[in-house]
Design a protein around this ligand. Structure first.
Ligand code: AMP
Length: 432
């Protein structure tokens, strides 16, 4: 019975579709967030951080039933107190909840916010698709002006380009407002009813819950039906037509390339008027363009989540995981990462004892260093300094510890100089 006592060793791993982000990858994310914030702050956006957990109802009424996100992908939980909560599957409904909760409608409009953090969707994990992933969002709340749609799209493009993306284009569509969308959806529903036999089972079901969603179906049979489906732009009322025309004019004026994609409706049902995706054209016929960001206008979402009035708004979500994993990503370096100018070497017990004091003097003077305080020998520490190509070393031995001095060594020429501690900062400043 040798096997009876053997327990299958428990696998130690993060949950499927999630991962640890560390070291260089962490800095890739951090560098991206710093660049994105720089652009957002430049345009007058303020930061907000909403909770990772919200009432599930916020998304059920906001994103809407009949969407994959709410029907299949939302992580929900029941608390001991009986609350029904969800891990946020997007940032927009929480932002609008915060806007209403804090009475931001009383501020001068629009209010502009950026936010970033993890998003959770129970999707099937694959390359570029995770169950916990990061989005950077920018939103303008409280104005229906078309220049804001264009500004948000342009800001998204600027951030992506500064991160190294090339060959970007904007897929754009307008799905109308209360005035015109009803007539369009009626027409679309009639069309699909005529082609019911050619729709997939999922899409037949969507016809009852959310017919617009059939337009972005990935099912080959449905896609054939979609090719001749009525398009929303032909049904726009005068006000929506004007709004859409203005957005396109702003884009043209800025030289932003766009394709009007009549099948673009996006996976969340709160949108009105402008919907868009920023895609990377991959130049290979076999590869579908990769969506790096998406967004649109959501003028009616405020009421959908229980607000008393409409809050016209427009926003964008940038998918960060795909950007930092792209071959073109520029590896934006976070500001806290400084190239070490000096390698700090300590030798002997007396020097080790005082070495943290010297490091603190250097840190307060903003002089970037590297060190390996656990090492003992000169050769092992010098080898590291050489490997890291650090231009100077400070050698702090027993004699120096007694004399209150250090040796400053030029790692290139190997010349050395003894410098009193009191003069060290001045001396280091004068080094090239
Ligand atoms: P969405 O909120 O679905 O419009 O997504 C906006 C952006 O987030 C997309 O363009 C993707 O870049 C990114 N994204 C969406 N879902 C995932 C996922 N499961 N894993 C990684 N990135 C995602």
């Amino acid at each position: 019975m040798a096997d009876a006592g053997k327990k299958k060793s428990k696998e130690i791993a993060s949950p499927k579709g999630t991962r640890d982000i560390l070291d260089e990858e962490y800095y890739s994310f951090q560098g991206f967030f710093e660049k994105a914030q720089e652009v957002a702050v430049y345009y007058g956006f303020k930061p907000i951080d909403t909770p990772v957990l919200e009432h599930a109802e916020l998304f059920e009424s906001g994103i809407g039933r009949g969407t994959d996100i709410v029907d299949k992908e939302m992580y929900t939980l029941r608390t001991r107190g009986g609350d029904h909560l969800a891990l946020r599957p997007e940032h927009t409904a929480p932002l609008l909840r915060a806007y209403i909760e804090h009475g931001m409608q009383n501020l001068p409009q629009p209010v502009l916010y950026y936010q970033y953090g993890p998003i959770f969707r129970h999707d099937s994990p694959q390359r570029g698709r995770y169950r916990q992933f990061w989005q950077f969002d920018m939103d303008s709340l409280g104005s229906d002006k078309s220049i804001l749609d264009a500004m948000i799209i342009k800001m998204g493009i600027s951030i992506l380009e500064e991160a190294g993306a090339q060959n970007l284009s904007v897929d754009i569509n307008s799905i109308g407002d209360r005035e015109c969308r009803g007539a369009y959806i009626k027409e679309l529903t009639n069309y699909y009813k005529k082609h019911l036999g050619s729709l997939s089972a999922v899409d037949r079901e969507r016809l009852k819950t959310n017919p617009l969603r059939i337009l972005d179906s990935k099912d080959p049979k449905t896609m054939e039906v979609n090719a001749a489906a009525p398009d929303s732009i032909s049904y726009l009322c005068a006000a929506c037509k004007k709004h859409f025309k203005e957005v396109l004019e702003f884009l043209e004026e800025m030289g932003v390339g766009y394709n009007i994609n009549k099948n673009l409706v996006r996976g969340l049902s709160y949108y009105s008027r402008t919907v868009f995706e920023i895609v990377e054209e991959r130049g290979n016929e076999d590869q579908a363009p990769l969506a790096l960001a998406g967004g649109g206008r959501y003028d009616y979402l405020a009421r959908q989540i229980g607000g008393k009035r409409d809050v016209p708004a427009v926003g964008i979500s940038i998918g960060v995981d795909r950007i930092v994993a792209s071959p073109w990503y520029k590896k934006l370096s976070p500001r806290i990462i400084k190239k070490p100018k000096i390698y700090f070497i300590q030798l002997g017990a007396e020097a080790k004892l005082k070495s943290l004091n010297i490091i603190e003097i250097l840190r307060k003077a903003h002089i970037p260093i590297a060190q390996s305080l656990s090492r003992e020998t000169l050769s092992s520490q010098l080898a590291i300094a050489e490997k890291l190509s650090i231009p100077y070393a400070i050698i702090f031995g027993v004699k120096e510890a007694i004399d209150n001095s250090v040796i400053v060594r030029d790692m290139g020429s190997r010349s050395q100089e003894t410098v009193k501690l009191g003069k060290l900062l001045q001396h280091l400043k004068e080094l090239k």
